[in-house]
Design a protein around this ligand. Sequence first.
Ligand code: IMP
Ligand code: MG
Length: 197
Amino acid sequence: MKLLIFIFLFLSSVCFADNNLELLVSPEEISKKIKEVAATIDQQYADQDLTVIMVMKGAVCVTSDLIRQLHIPVTLEYMKASSYGKNGTSRGELRITGLDTLDLTNKNILVIDDIFDSGFTMETIVQRLQEKKPKSVKTLVLLAKKIPRETSYRPDFTLFEIGNRFIVGYGLDYKEHYRGLNGVYAFINDTPPAVLN
Ligand code: IMP
Ligand code: MG
C-alpha cells in the first residue's frame, strides 16, 4: 500500500508539475506597469537616441513588451549574462558575452534585465558598459528581491519588488524551464519539482 501511495505521489508530481506554482504577479499587472514605465521612458528620452540592451535570456519578455509600448525610436541590441545555467537555483560563475561587438560610444543606453537579486550581474554589466564610453547608462529590471545587498548600485527602473524566493515565468527560468509563462511565479513551499517534463 505504501508503495502504491509513493508511486501515485511521484507520478502526480511529474504529470502536474505546473500545479507547483504560485502566482506572484499577474499578466495584467505586468502589462499595466510596463505601460506606465514606457510613458516615463518616452518622456525622459524625448528627442534623444536610445539603445536598449536586452540581457539574454531572462529579459526577453519584458524587453519585447516594453519596446512595443515605447513611442520614441529605439535601437535594440542584446548581450548575454548567465550565472545559473542548468544549475537550477544555485549560483555559478558570472559569464558575460556579446559586448565586444557593440559600438556604444556617445549613446544613451538602457540595459534591461529580468531580476535584481544580489545586484552583482547588473553592477558588473554597467561597469563593462562604462568602458565603452556611452553618453549615459540607465538600467531597468522587471523584478528586484527585497534583500540586504553588498552593492550600493540600484537600477533606475524597478517594475516590481518581491520577496526573497526563487522566481520563474515571464522570461525567468528554472533549469531552462518556465520562461514562457505569462506571469511571475514562485514554487509552492519554494520547492522546485524533482522532475521536469
Ligand atoms: P544577481 O547577480 O544576484 O543580481 O542575479 C541576477 C541574475 O541571476 C538574473 O539576471 C537572473 O538571470 C538570475 N536570477 C537571480 N534570481 C533568480 C530567480 O529567482 N529566478 C531566476 N533567475 C534568477
Ligand atoms: Mg539573467
